[in-house]
Design a protein around this ligand. Structure first.
Ligand SMILES: [Zn+2]
Length: 330
């Protein structure tokens, strides 16, 4: 049976993943999927997870890639670090490749098809799911990974995007995520949101949201999935985190204060006739309230406030999918 074609974005509500619309453009693949065979076994008892222990006190930092199987720019960066034998100066650093089963199905001729096998692995980080009885390939895998996440002080979740957008850091709903995102500082846009009622992302997981002042998790959306610039951004973000945690020597790159926005509205396509008035690029700011940005069938979609940031527009949304998030600059 052929793989279903998944079009959901990182923040789509659960249960809305469906077939891609037929007019989806061809997305060229400029990257080569890395050979992860040396790291499949790992050294943590969890396949695909390798921990390097400095032998000195310090935090446990987890760099996790491939939560979405076709977003391998992050895996390229982690593979590079592992191959060069990188070891942190302090604490412990774990390199993780999450959805290896989906990644193994990657086909550059149909690159959007291998986001996941059975369900989005970034929707299952809820105790009700993790400790429940329902099973899926991704849920079982999340259960395998969870003990390691529970031992982390800091997690950086490496992602990329289908549609053109400025790179951004998603810090979720908690203070600790926002503080970590500001400390990392690259990409220089930080977006806070409340997650989704029925499908928690890793950044929404209780360890990072229900225990103030403890562990922190940030998700980086570094650019389009298969672009070299995305790998470069993920390298820079990872380096900034390692500087921040003193895992590498040297000063952190000169960071400007990131711009910060909070999602005020997630717009879900109610029809299959959702059309933006033009091909917006994620990160654009619409200055005025009530500016028309899209039609959803007969319904006009307008900006709800001044200085409205367009977050990750999905330019061909199907009915039931998140078409765009709207955020207010703070
Ligand atoms: Zn992703």
């Amino acid at each position: 049976m052929p793989n279903p074609v998944h079009s959901s974005t990182d923040d789509d509500p659960p249960g809305t993943t469906g077939l891609l619309p037929p007019d989806l453009p061809h997305f060229p693949v400029f990257l080569t999927a890395p050979d992860l065979s040396p790291w499949l076994e790992g050294n943590t008892g969890i396949a695909g997870f390798t921990t390097k222990d400095s032998g000195h006190p310090g935090p446990h930092v987890v760099l996790i890639s491939l939560i979405h199987g076709n977003e391998f720019a992050g895996a390229i960066v982690l593979n590079e670090m592992l191959r060069t034998g990188f070891t942190p100066n302090c604490g412990k650093l774990t390199f993780g490749f999450a959805n290896l089963a989906a990644f193994a199905r990657f086909d550059p001729e149909n690159p959007v098809a291998s986001r996941f096998v059975e369900e989005d692995m970034n929707r299952v980080w809820d105790d009700i799911e993790l400790f429940g009885v329902r099973r899926s390939l991704e849920l079982d895998r999340a259960r395998d990974i969870r003990p390691l996440i529970d031992s982390a002080d800091i997690v950086l979740d490496l992602h990329s995007m289908l549609w053109p957008s400025e790179p951004l850091l998603l810090c979720g709903p908690g203070d600790q995520g926002r503080e970590l995102a500001f400390a990392i500082g690259t990409p220089a846009t930080v977006i806070a949101d409340q997650g989704h009622a029925g499908g928690k992302r890793l950044i929404d997981y209780g360890r990072f949201t229900e225990s103030p002042g403890r562990a922190a998790c940030v998700l980086v959306e570094a650019g389009q999935h298969w672009e070299l610039a995305t790998v470069n951004q993920l390298r820079a973000t990872t380096q900034a985190l390692l500087c921040h945690t003193a895992m590498v020597h040297g000063a952190a790159p000169a960071a400007s204060v990131p711009r910060f926005a909070e999602v005020t509205q997630a717009v879900t396509a109610r029809t299959n006739r959702f059309v933006f008035v033009r091909e917006f690029i994620g990160g654009e700011i619409i200055k005025s309230k009530d500016t028309l940005i899209a039609h959803d069938g007969d319904t006009e979609i307008r900006t709800p406030h001044d200085n409205c940031m367009l977050v990750m527009p999905s330019l061909r949304p199907s009915r039931g999918h998140t078409a765009i998030r709207l955020a207010k600059l703070r």
